[in-house]
Design a protein around this ligand. Sequence first.
Ligand code: NAD
Ligand code: DAU
Length: 350
Amino acid sequence: MKTILVTGGAGFIGSHVVRYFVNKYPGYQIVNLDNLTYAGNLANLKDVEGKPNYEFIKGDIVDDKFILELFKKKAFDGIIHLAAESHVDRSISNPTAFVFTNIVGTVNLLNAARAIWKDNLEGKRFYHISTDEVYGSLGDEGYFVESTPYDPRSPYSASKASSDHLVRAYFHTFKMPVVLSNCSNNYGSYQFPEKLLPLFINNIKHNKPLPVYGAGDNIRDWLYVVDHASAIDLIFHNGIIGETYNIGGSNEWQNIRLIEKLCEIMDGKLGRPKGTSSKLITYVKDRPGHDMRYAIDSSKLQNELGWRPSVSFEEGLELTIDWYLANEEWLNNVTSGDYQKYYEEMYVKR
Ligand code: NAD
Ligand code: DAU
């Protein structure tokens, strides 16, 4: 039996990764380590919490002593590291938190893995999940490939770039068996409503303004979160040690076009006359240092490991909108902070 540590498993992508692994690999023990920040929510994992191959541990990756003790106790065979501060706007208002969690937290995990694995590296794997934002901002042409030079431009992407460099440095210096991936914008269920799609779905529902940054002409490449989880599964098992794989949906949308499409679908779902939701569009001051365009070339992952996204954007967007409309209680809980009580009831009081 393999014991796999997933960090940040109570967050958006982490909860999909935990669900994917717990269901697909009943022979693995999946340990979810999460500090339950504002973005971590155990209600994201209600459907797996009773499974015998799943365990949740509350803890902070910045706490080096705690992390080392945990690694000694559990002797993990593999680590899939997703825990991070993930929101660009928050990194602009509070960069320091990003340095601690994203950089120091990653080094703590690398050190603990080194300490317990020593030279016995057979079958071990440290998988670092990163972002396309480390490559900077594209103009009208071209794509990010794995060899694109790093050019991070926000405190968030600078902290992720730094952690990527450290992971590679541990591979070269200490022979740490690492793999990395850099993914484009994910969308789907359980995403905290500070990010574009869940925020705008929620605002449209409540007739609140839709704050479009700048001219709305920035471009993002959107991937359905379950397709990210399937790529993570492939890379974790079949990726070559020391290599990096780009993951993306080949699905570029200018923000304003995506928002108009969302408004149109929402009008239909909410039974409102055409054009109602788009009246909520409000242009606001741009995000400082706002990257213009991200676009991923995922041909290495497709050609070498055979990955393909399985959900079309039409289908994924429909599934996502339906999920947020059907899960109003989840949205209300995460926005009010009530979900913290769930942890108390589930894990502290019993
Ligand atoms: P998220 O903000 O939804 O979740 C992050 C999780 O990490 C939360 O559960 C939080 O409680 C936990 N966490 C934060 N600080 C911690 C700490 N100090 N100790 C333990 N746990 C802590 O983030 P997400 O969008 O799911 O992103 C997950 C990972 O994927 C991140 O590394 C991010 O950089 C990367 N990524 C995200 C996207 C995207 O579109 N969301 C795209 C590419 C890569
Ligand atoms: O590319 C991968 C990255 O995608 C991940 O590494 C990050 O963790 C994730 O947050 C995401 O970053 P973005 O900054 O692209 O995502 P966000 O949802 O914040 O914004 C998407 C686009 O929409 C971006 O161009 C900014 C714009 N935007 C966002 C918000 C929240 C608005 O115009 N208005 C808004 O209110």
